[in-house]
Design a protein around this ligand. Structure first.
Ligand code: DUC
Ligand code: ZN
Ligand code: ZN
Length: 481
């Protein structure tokens, strides 16, 4: 099966050019000057399918390196399965995810890894890889880290918060970091001071401050900055590379930037929610509404300038990439477990479908360049997590993971209603009964999505099938020296 995408504007992180893209089977075979011939043959008349991308961007498929499909958490389970979540991702122009295998204290790491394979295998619409969460760092977990690297899991997430659930103490963190510094893997860190947060939460509830807004106030930026600094110091001590996940506080960004300026292998990820949503506008919504946006790290105060700082950091590369931390819960039956006690609201926001659009809006609004859009959503995730070459770039030899994005199109995010204000359906495909980005209007549209050469989204239709997505055995991060 050969496909020619002609007349488009190919955007890679390194530059933009008018070019035709030839896909042969599952891989990109050539990137050609428009209308050119190949070994004397007219390309167009020798392919099975021609897609005209005139006036549109042709970009490498998005890579969301931080998702939690069907994750057991907060007394419930994330509402997207691998099937529904990866299909929604495809609708939004994301062609690969890296999801987190969960190991709770006492569980065996390798057993969990096999269990996650069973959950994902045969169910995904797009390609998927795994990171591994480590809670208690047992001796067997340290051996498992070597085995997992060989299996394509080259990154391990630790938590400095969620005592009794995920939290590793500093000694456990150092043990895992020592192992990572030996085997070349990446330590990913949820950097919030859990003890401080647990105390503030107890005090807030005791004082009768039970609404979702207090989720934000009890996880202050100081708890994020302190933990980020501590993680950087522990990484410095052990020589492990460190990737700080879901950075939301500007002070945490500054800690990362400082360490990077000193030459340490420290990286930072932010998420669309920290670029667009805020403590005041969202967590502070009337009644229980704010529960929609309870996630950790929490949304920050707009007045304190975190959002503004985050866009700036994306431009200057103090923050290197954007993932979603996709962890959806429905309001009815899940988030509502926390009515009367915000600490019982399952933490998480769904957004895997909207990341490419929301970041493209950043281009339209003048916050990032077109090439930087591709870099932070696709190329850097591929490099960071050992997939580059196959993923993250339009070049010969790469997988045919391609998105045709229409800058003259439009995407309305939210729940459509009829003339009488009655909800008529969903304008998203994630398994959520609300949208965290309700009312957002995007000046662009995902028109066509190809996953390893197969068209899976076209003309507002899903053409793929469950099981199209295959496991990606990742290598080591390409940013490490
Ligand atoms: N934060 C969330 O909001 N949800 C899942 C786990 C996490 O760290
Ligand atoms: Zn986290
Ligand atoms: Zn997460």
């Amino acid at each position: 099966m050969k496909t020619l995408i002609k007349n488009g504007t190919v955007v890679n992180s390194t530059g933009t050019a008018q070019a035709d893209v030839l896909i042969d089977g599952e891989a990109i075979a050539a990137v050609l000057a428009p209308g050119s011939t190949l070994l004397g043959f007219d390309v167009e008349s020798n392919v099975d399918t021609v897609i005209d991308a005139a006036g549109k961007y042709v970009i490498p498929g998005g890579i969301d390196a931080h998702t939690h499909m069907e994750m057991p958490f907060g007394g419930t389970q994330a509402s997207d399965t691998f099937e529904t979540g990866t299909r929604a991702a495809a609708w939004g122009g994301t062609t690969s995810i890296v999801d987190f295998v969960v190991q709770y204290a006492g569980e065996n790491v390798l057993d969990q890894f096999h269990l996650w394979h069973e959950k994902a295998r045969g169910n995904c619409a797009i390609d998927y890889g795994f990171h591994q969460i480590l809670s208690d760092v047992q001796d067997s977990s340290l051996t498992a880290m070597d085995e997992l690297v060989a299996e394509g899991v080259s990154s391990f997430k630790l938590f400095m918060a969620y005592k009794g659930v995920f939290l590793s103490d500093d000694g456990q963190i150092v043990k895992a970091m020592q192992k990572a510094s030996q085997n070349g893997s990446m330590i990913m860190m949820h950097a919030e001071n859990g003890s401080v947060i647990d105390l503030l939460v107890q005090q807030a509830i005791a004082a009768g401050n039970t609404s979702p807004y207090y989720h934000g106030l009890t996880r202050p930026w100081q708890a994020e900055e302190e933990a980020t600094h501590r993680a950087i110091m522990l990484a410095n001590l052990t020589g492990a590379p460190l990737y700080v996940v879901h950075v939301s506080a500007k002070q945490a960004v500054d800690q990362i930037a400082l360490a990077r300026d000193k030459g340490q292998n420290v990286f930072g990820e932010t998420c669309p929610q920290y670029l667009y949503l805020s403590l005041e506008d969202n967590l502070g919504a009337p009644g229980f509404e704010g529960a929609k946006w309870v996630c950790s790290t929490p949304l920050r105060s707009k007045a304190e300038g975190h959002q503004h700082h985050m866009w700036q950091s994306l431009r200057t590369n103090d923050i290197q990439m954007v993932s979603t931390d996709h962890c959806p819960f429905c309001m009815k039956g899940q988030k509502d477990m926390g009515i009367g006690d915000f600490s019982k609201i399952p933490n998480g926001i769904g957004g895997v479908e909207h990341r490419m659009d929301l970041l493209y809006q950043g281009v339209v609004d003048g916050n990032i360049s077109l090439e930087r859009w591709v870099e932070v959503t696709s190329t850097t995730p591929a490099r960071m997590f050992g997939m580059y070459g196959r993923k993250g770039v339009i070049q010969p030899g790469a997988d045919g993971d391609v998105v045709i994005y229409d800058p003259n199109g439009h995407t309305s995010i939210g729940l459509p209603v009829d003339d009488d204000g009655v909800q008529t359906g969903r304008s998203h495909h994630m398994n959520m009964d609300y949208s965290a980005y309700e009312g957002y209007e995007i000046d662009g549209h995902v028109d066509t999505v190809l996953s390893r050469g197969k068209v899976i989204i076209d003309n507002n239709q899903y053409l793929g099938a469950k099981g199209d997505g295959k496991y990606v055995k990742r290598g080591l991060s390409q940013y490490l020296i």
